[in-house]
Design a protein around this ligand. Structure first.
Ligand code: HT7
Ligand code: ZN
Length: 844
């Protein structure tokens, strides 16, 4: 397939005024009758053919303005030549046949355990009928569904229904990617919500029978999201019904179809016994994210898929703000930055690096990335920091007022900020077009009471983009005195040249600079600080993110020294950790996070950045030793904290109790390294919630124990698909490196291993990504296993296969022997005609 280029964008030659779809559902022969009213686009040149996208459709009949025509579809659609088109508006009608039952790719109309459902973003609608399947063609839809199944749903408001049929009408013009249909034997948990405009909205969460008791948290999160979007962004819901459906077979997390959100069931269903606190937080976040898309994505959509971050970056930013408001801003920020670094920085450093707005793509499904989502959100966070909160709000108000009902671009987005803030943002816009994580190097000078900070920026080359220009980088910073008191409170410096100096005169003593507070820009900051300065920041920084960061930098430096020189953690670090863990003034959730030492992949990345070839086995060994030494040194404090973190009363997934459980589980996990798992076994035996049960079992697995507990866990939860996923993945994540690939192979023989189910596949094969030493085992067994499964999966579900291939994206870091093994596997994958996005060529 040929790449598609942003520069080649042309407006659609025909617009759509109305769509009417009839579905006669049958597993192997569903009939879809589409009636579409087209009119020539006044903004396009005249005389175009009518080109409709369509893939895998059996055309039964086609009519144009009432007359039957013979159309010859090709493999990607059909064309009616311009000379055969009547003047003016066109009434197109087509009947096609499709087979949802055999659709294992889970794009278009497919079946999941007896239920019909759709996934149309990005280009699934063309697998349902012939249509101009592009986001800048927006139309109101009417849908009729004919089926014996009891629940028949589509977008918009219900229009009418009878025995074996239902009709829906969505008055809001939408692109085809937001179309959805669900039919199944489902039950609803229902509620109501009155909007600030006085609209009474019926809320339903549709699940399989038996799952009704696991929907309360999702419903609560939905109502809180609706209130929040009204209060914070002034956005109200705009239909009479909002339906959510939980589906077991789903490629991603969820989908924001207008009025009919479809969710992977793992992001809807929760009970204290079956879901962890982190599952609850994901449910809250994803429910909010999809709901927020109603305005940022649906009412205002993207002109083309290059603009994907216009809706995704903004909606991620909005869900981050919401989660901060619901829980803790500082803890949420730390978690978001850890995710950004683990996923997006990793992407930027590998062969798949691309800008937030890519310039070309071959397969758009491969651009639903951490760069488009998470880095896209960081760009909006920076915009808010640069223009200030009031102007951010004014810009958003202008965006909604000006662009409601439109398909927009990043230019439209930047323009509202330029107008609302009265400033030129052309240099800021480079962030959207330039791939790679900028490095900011710091040097400092202290003379006669004057402190000078010099910042230098540079962005490393990325594949296909060797030349980088300077960006506008907001650096939030403050200065601390030797006693920890703040000499200069948070100030935002704007670094917009390759090098800039900032002077702070008249200071009583040499300060310690706390830079990039709140992680004010998605950059790597190279600021060498002594361990005393880091310890001071860990103890006193007023910025919680930098406080956390100081502890993490200390841990990272120690782990580097352990890997490279066989050093051991010194008393400074252990004392700082001891003080922090017992500091009752600190949020338990923060303490739990600060007790985590950097992970294996994080260390591999930082060692590589420091010019070393990371050895996964040495990293794993250093981490194991460090955890044991920490556990031994902090044993009394960890015991106290584990005992103190009780959560009396009924289970609540709120931030307070979740933070206490996180600290308890983290303390018990560390203690397992010093008490042979005694406390963990005890916690496992009396746990009445999944957070503690799984946390305790994980702690045992991590020290090579937990076999009996694992068997017990399986017996207890064999009937719960989502918990069985956890049972699989925990074993893989904690497997000893040399045994990991063998264990995965063995688990694929388990009767519960359903490889065509994306959740199950990820929990067994994908979990190897969470065990870097296992995946990178020197015999190459991990690479071979992943490649074998990738080849097998690609023919069945190419989207999931492409995602799995990103396990290889860090190949460049490793030694020649591992690189050769990976190269051989990637060549084997390519030789089978697989279109995986990753490649190893000379300049990647
Ligand atoms: N906008 C959606 C992205 C998406 C997707 C979802 C499910 C299956 C396949 C998909 N392809 C793209 C989800 C979101 O960002 O909210
Ligand atoms: Zn989204």
């Amino acid at each position: 397939p040929q790449p598609i280029h942003l520069a080649d964008y042309q407006p659609p030659p025909f617009l759509v005024d109305d769509v009417a779809l009839t579905f006669r559902l049958a597993p192997t022969a569903t009939r879809v009758i589409a009636k579409v009213r087209f009119r020539p686009n006044p903004d396009a040149s005249p005389g175009h053919d009518l080109r409709l996208d369509g893939e895998g459709l059996k055309l039964i009949s086609a009519h144009l303005n009432g007359a039957e025509i013979t159309a010859q579809p090709d493999e990607s659609g059909l064309t009616i030549p311009a000379q055969d088109l009547p003047e003016g508006a066109l009434d197109w009608q087509a009947e096609v046949e499709i087979a949802p039952d055999g659709n294992t790719a889970l794009e278009g109309l497919y079946m999941s355990r007896g239920m019909y459902c759709t996934q149309c973003e990005a280009e699934g609608f063309r697998k349902i009928t012939f249509y101009p399947d592009r986001p800048d063609v927006m139309a109101p839809f009417r849908v009729r569904i004919e089926s014996d199944l009891p629940v028949l749903l589509s977008n918009g408001n219900p229009a009418s229904s009878g025995q074996g049929w239902a009709e829906w009408h969505d008055p809001h013009p939408k692109p085809a990617y937001l179309f959805a249909l669900v039919a199944g034997d489902l039950v609803a948990a229902s509620d109501r919500f009155t909007t600030m405009e006085g609209r009474d909205v019926a809320l339903n969460i549709w699940v399989r029978k038996g799952d009704e008791d696991k929907t309360a948290y999702a419903m609560d999160a939905l109502k809180r999201s609706m209130v929040w979007d009204e209060q914070v962004y002034g956005r109200a819901y705009d239909l009479d019904v909002f339906n959510i459906v939980a589906v077991d077979d789903f490629n991603m997390g969820a989908m924001e179809n207008k009025g009919l959100n479809i969710f992977n069931s793992r992001y809807v269903l929760a009970s204290p016994q079956t879901a962890t606190d982190s599952d609850y937080a994901s449910i809250e976040r994803i429910i909010a994210h999809e709901y927020f898309h109603n305005w940022t994505g649906n009412r205002i959509t993207c002109r083309d898929w290059f603009q994907l971050s216009l809706k995704e970056g903004l909606t991620v930013y909005r869900d981050q703000q919401f989660m901060g408001d619901m829980r803790s801003h500082s803890v949420k920020r730390i978690e978001d930055v850890l995710t950004l670094r683990a996923r997006q920085f990793r992407e930027d450093d590998g062969p798949l690096a691309h800008p937030v707005r890519p310039e070309s793509y071959v397969e758009i499904n491969n651009f639903y990335t951490a760069t488009v989502y998470e880095k896209g959100a960081e760009l909006i966070r920076m915009l808010q920091l640069l223009v200030g909160q009031d102007r951010y709000k004014a810009a958003l108000d202008l965006y909604f007022a000006r662009h409601d009902g439109q398909a927009c671009t990043i230019e439209d987005w930047i323009a509202v900020f330029e107008e609302a803030a009265g400033r030129d943002l052309s240099q800021f816009k480079r962030w959207y077009g330039q791939a790679g994580t900028p490095r900011v190097d710091v040097s400092e000078d202290w003379q006669d009471g004057s402190y000078t900070l010099t910042l230098r920026q540079h962005t490393p080359d990325t594949p296909g983009q060797p030349l980088k220009e300077p960006l506008v980088i907001p650096v939030a910073m403050g200065l601390l005195g030797a006693d920890g008191a703040e000499m200069v409170p948070t100030t935002v410096l704007e670094l917009d040249s390759p090098e800039q100096s900032f002077t702070f005169p008249d200071l009583p003593a040499r300060p310690v600079a706390s830079l990039l507070r709140g992680f004010s820009a998605p950059v790597v900051l190279n600021h060498s600080l002594s361990s005393e300065d880091r310890a001071l920041m860990l103890a006193h920084d007023t910025d919680p993110f930098n406080r956390f960061e100081a502890g993490r930098a200390l841990a990272r430096d120690i782990l580097h020294a352990m890997v490279l020189e066989g050093a051991t953690p010194g008393p400074d670090y252990l004392n700082a950790l001891r003080t922090m863990v017992s500091d009752e003034a600190l949020d338990p959730a923060f303490r739990a996070l600060a007790l985590h030492i950097p992970g294996q992949d994080d260390l591999a990345s930082s060692l590589y950045a420091a010019g070393h070839v990371p050895d996964p086995d040495a990293i794993q060994a250093a981490r194991t030793t460090a955890l044991r030494l920490i556990a031994e040194a902090l044993r009394p404090q960890l015991q106290d904290v584990a005992n103190a973190m009780q959560t009396p009363g009924p289970y609540s997934p709120d931030a307070r109790d979740a933070g206490r459980r996180a600290l308890k589980v983290q303390a018990v996990s560390l203690l397992a390294r010093a008490d042979e798992g005694a406390k963990a076994a005890e916690l496992f035996a009396r746990a009445d919630n999944m957070t503690e049960q799984l946390g305790a079992w994980g702690a045992l697995l991590a020290i090579g124990k937990g076999q009996e507990e694992g068997a017990q866990f399986y017996r207890q939860w064999a009937q719960d698909r989502l918990v069985v996923d956890k049972w699989f993945s925990a074993q893989v994540m904690y497997a000893a490196p040399k045994a990991a690939a063998g264990l995965v192979q063995q688990l694929t023989q388990h009767p519960d291993f359903e490889w065509k189910n994306p959740n199950r596949f990820r929990s067994v094969i994908g979990a190897l990504g969470a065990n870097p030493a296992g995946f990178h085992a020197t015999d190459g067994a991990g690479y071979k296993l992943v490649a074998d499964w990738l080849i097998r999966l690609d023919g069945v579900n190419p989207q999931s296969a492409a995602r799995l291939s990103t396990l290889f994206e860090t190949w460049r870091r490793y030694d020649a022997s591992r690189q050769a093994l990976i190269r051989a596997e990637l060549q084997r994958i390519r030789s089978q005609d697989n279109l995986i996005p990753i490649s190893i060529d000379q300049n990647s």
